[in-house]
Ligand binder design. Structure first.
Ligand SMILES: O=P(O)(O)O[C@@H]1C[C@H](O)[C@@H](CO)O1
Ligand SMILES: Nc1nc2[nH]cnc2c(=O)[nH]1
Length: 294
């Protein structure tokens, strides 16, 4: 069998999509933001915005999940040009893993230097409370253990190297910046940091799975983000990722609690304002990558 990228998009297809978008965008974005479940309000922070529905963008997948609007929003945040995905793609929607991450490569080709990924996640760490915001410092790619990685297939060196390093996936300076901004905003009481584990979904975890993930070192569990991080790092963008702890994972056989998507969206709505303030202040302080003169 010849290795290929038949389940994904080629460099040329991603470039065609990026060029189509750049013809319409007010300017090249420097920051790309992905809104997690119930966190689509982040896009409303953008000024002078241009909204494009995913269904109008060539090659783009479509959002199918409640809480993911399916709109790409260009605009500025405190003067910095940004693009924001109101809606991401998950494995459980039936997309090939390479398709769920295709927009991240389009970000890169449009000029994005820094990607900010947000998600809703279940808290495994017993010290975490619903409404906490966790700065992701590392991840455990559970589907990856079985070979599900968005970089599977022929490697196109124009995007990045065959074997990218992941020990520095989450930019430490950006994590420090979030902590500093959270202190200033008086948000420290609900800020945490930790390890995010991804599962394929769409079923929520069993009690035994939650216990196993905790023993593996995970603080939160979700169904996204990690694959986007891998693709963003492959093409050398800086990554910041934040989880909103929307529910506590059920770890105890005596518990009557049941994870559900409605609670996820409700918690998103309750913390939306603080999440927006945190992200917009961080974006305004992200240093641009210095341009190199030859
Ligand atoms: O896109 P994210 O990771 O925020 O969405 C989470 C995981 C599932 O898609 C959904 C479960 O409620 O929320
Ligand atoms: N897998 C998973 N994803 C989530 N997204 C929000 N909450 C959860 C959760 O408890 N488990």
């Amino acid at each position: 069998m010849t290795p290929d990228s038949a389940t994904g998009y080629s460099y040329e297809e991603c470039t065609a999509t990026a060029d189509w978008l750049l013809k319409r965008a007010p300017e090249r974005p420097l920051v790309g933001i992905v809104c997690g479940s119930g966190l689509g309000g982040l896009a409303k922070m953008l000024k002078d915005e241009l909204v494009i529905n995913y269904c109008d963008i060539p090659n783009f997948p479509q959002s199918t999940v409640h809480g993911h609007a399916g709109k790409l929003v260009f605009g500025t945040l405190k003067g910095k040009p940004c693009v924001c995905m109101q809606g991401r793609f998950h494995l459980y929607e039936g997309y090939a893993i390479q398709k769920t991450t295709m927009p991240i490569r389009v970000f890169k080709l449009m000029g994005v230097e820094t990607v900010i990924l947000t998600n809703a996640a279940g808290g495994l760490n017993q010290d975490f409370k619903v409404g906490d915001i966790m700065i992701i410092k590392d991840h455990i790619n559970i589907p990856g253990f079985a070979g599900h990685n968005p970089l599977v297939g022929a490697n196109d060196d124009r995007f990045g190297v065959r074997f990218p390093c992941m020990s520095d996936a989450y930019d430490r300076d950006l994590q420090q910046l979030v902590r500093a901004v959270a202190d200033e905003l008086d948000f420290s009481v609900f800020m945490r940091d930790g390890v995010y584990s991804v599962l394929g979904g769409p079923s929520f975890e069993t009690i035994a799975e939650c216990r196993a993930l905790r023993q593996l070192g995970a603080d939160a569990v979700g169904m996204s983000t990690v694959h986007e991080v891998i693709v963003a790092r492959h093409c050398d963008m800086r990554v910041l990722a934040l989880s909103l702890i929307t529910n506590k994972a059920v770890m105890d056989y005596q518990s009557e609690k049941k994870a559900n998507h409605e609670e996820v969206l409700e918690t998103g709505a309750l913390r939306a304002k603080q999440m927006e303030k945190l992200v917009s202040t961080v974006v305004s302080r992200i240093p641009n990558t210095p341009t190199h003169c030859s």
